[in-house]
Ligand binder design. Structure first.
Ligand SMILES: [Zn+2]
Length: 401
């Protein structure tokens, strides 16, 4: 058992993180019935365990032939045993207790998830500890952890649905297709274009509060008050294959009606996803925020063709041209506040992520005052078209102030 502990933990964490990731997405979508969902997650993890058991049997058959596979089968046996008797939880707690650095948010989350699997979702303390851990884990690093775990599981031959954000780079994918398949992809045109997102990501088609919108009156009065407080920090950015995204170190936030929403990241769309009276602007920057309670809010800054934008120059000069992991540019200090106009009058509406999985429960604030970007700068953005078409209003009211 000890011998395989590390591998077991890795496999487990993979599974748990998949569960946590799924839960995270649900949480991300702002749904309310948390413990019910938690039960669902645990159920899906149970299914995953069954899958593992099946794989384990298959592997037993292959044992005689392939040495490597037999080792894997034993690991899976051990995983099954560890789930049922709680030994694993004790071991993981022991390992984590020994860490001098303290527990990262991700480890807390993993530990919370292992407790969840061992104790079940009916123990309220376990559930609340897991929820707390989930809140503490920052979305982008949580996603990284989930992706790493998912890709590892796929590589190990597990049949799991890989989150779209975790799909391998397009180039790699061509090689991988014959072997693994199964990873859902999405794009802005063609077979995987927005009209087909719903096949892999049901909310994109079935959701009733989807973004973006064509912003057109009559408006109701928005009573929401925004206080933006962004700080300069080291530049961290990535090309995720769908946009250029700048990840924000802790310290920048927006107060919405007095409640603090931390700025997590901002990214760009070309042309702007939102239309004003039926017309898009050259681009839009979406500033994605999350409150301590997990609520999401996006501030949209429309970029209008005009003068050269100094802040955009800094970003474009450093933006990776090809899809890849986050690049840390510690020598470059960037102030996200430079992209925010001084007037914060806005249009407000309830919406969704504008990319799969299109989760709802996201409040949008599209600032009325656009910011300039030059034609040459628009042309330099590495994505020619990365805007989802506008979505039906479905009775929603757009606020304005
Ligand atoms: Zn966006």
């Amino acid at each position: 058992m000890k011998k395989y502990l590390r591998v077991i933990i890795e496999i487990l964490l993979g599974l748990l993180l998949v569960g946590a990731g799924a839960f995270g997405y649900m949480n991300f979508a702002g749904k309310k019935h948390i413990s019910h969902e938690l039960t669902e997650v645990v159920e899906s993890l149970d299914e995953a365990k069954e899958e593992l058991a099946k794989t384990s049997e298959e592997l037993h058959e292959a044992e005689a032939k392939v040495k490597e596979l037999s080792a894997k089968a034993r690991e899976l046996e051990a995983v099954k045993a560890a789930f049922s008797n709680g030994v694993l939880l004790g071991d993981v707690e022991g390992i984590y207790k020994g860490l001098k650095t303290g527990l990262s948010a991700e480890r807390q989350l993993s530990l919370g998830a292992i407790r969840l699997l061992t104790n079940g979702a009916k123990d309220p303390e376990t559930v609340s500890a897991f929820n707390k851990a989930l809140e503490m884990a920052d979305w982008s690093s949580r996603l990284n952890a989930v992706c790493a775990a998912q890709n590892a599981l796929v590589a190990a031959g597990e049949k799991i649905t890989v989150l779209a954000d975790c799909a391998p780079a397009k180039g790699e994918d061509k090689h991988a297709k014959g072997g693994h398949g199964g990873a859902p992809h999405w794009d802005y045109e063609g077979e995987m274009g927005p009209e087909n997102w719903g096949k892999e990501f049901p909310t994109c088609a079935a959701g009733k509060k989807q973004s973006p919108l064509n912003i057109v009156g009559p408006f109701e009065k928005s009573k929401d008050n925004l206080e933006v407080s962004y700080k300069p920090g080291p530049l961290r950015m990535l090309n995720n294959g769908h946009t250029i995204q700048v990840n924000i170190p802790p310290g920048s936030s927006t107060k919405i009606n007095g409640e603090v929403y931390d700025l997590l990241q901002f990214h760009f769309h070309r042309p702007s996803e939102e239309k004003i009276d039926g017309k898009p602007m050259a681009m839009v920057a979406h500033f994605v925020h999350k409150s301590k309670a997990g609520k999401l809010a996006v501030i949209g800054v429309l970029l209008k063709e005009g003068k050269d934008n100094e802040a955009i120059n800094v970003l474009w000069d450093n933006a990776p041209g090809k899809e890849g992991p986050e690049v840390k540019l510690d020598k470059i200090t960037f102030d996200p506040g430079k992209l925010i106009p001084s007037a914060l009058a806005h249009y407000a509406y309830e919406g969704s992520l504008t990319t799969p999985p299109c989760s709802e429960g996201v409040n949008f604030y599209i600032l009325k005052t656009p910011v300039d970007i030059s034609k040459a700068q628009v042309a330099k953005f590495p994505f020619k078209m990365n805007a989802r078409p506008v979505q039906p209003l479905n009775g929603r009211k757009i606020g304005a102030n």
